[in-house]
Design a protein around this ligand. Sequence first.
Ligand code: PLP
Length: 204
Amino acid sequence: MEYARTNGAVILYDAAYEAYITEDLPHSIFEIEGAKECAIEFRSFSKNAGFTGTRCAFTVIPKELKVGEVSVASLWNRRHTTKFNGVPYIVQRGAEAVYSPEGKAQVRELVDFYMNNARIIREGLAQAGFSVSGGVNSPYVWLKVPEGMTSWDFFDELLDKANVVGTPGSGFGPSGEGYFRLTGFGTAEATAEAIERIKKVFGK
Ligand SMILES: *Cc1c(COP(=O)(O)O)cnc(C)c1O
């Protein structure tokens, strides 16, 4: 925030996994002092309410956010009203239901379900001797691939020997090389089975 404010930068903050935060962390960038002058936040219904196929999201652009004298919100409004026909009404009503008491309870249940998968992955990988991170405030778990392997070497070995697929860290940029991502977005059964296989192949 300090960097953005002193350098006139705008922070584009992606809050897609906000519902998966379990520790005492901000859920929105606007909880942080001064964010209104330098941040835009993206919100999605894809990961909290399973809207990945139906497509509904929103963008928060504070009135205070300016580039020079120009209000970013007015530019965005112009763009949006010219180039976008809007989310179908029925999908909007579905999104609205996410904020009802039943909707909130269902979101909680869904998130807890995936976070339990993430826990099973995290603990299982640690037992197999991997160095692990993540899976606490997001449904993804990262592991460090064995010494001497690239992310893609590990992908091949995991696929060939355990019949499990995951995401090579190198796809996220050079800093991801040597790391690998597994997801909690599976069934409980498939998650448990995958971890058993990984333990069998890679466990020490
Ligand atoms: C899934 C995902 C999104 C996409 O959200 P949509 O509303 O489905 O476009 C954005 N950011 C991250 C990090 C995601 O994983």
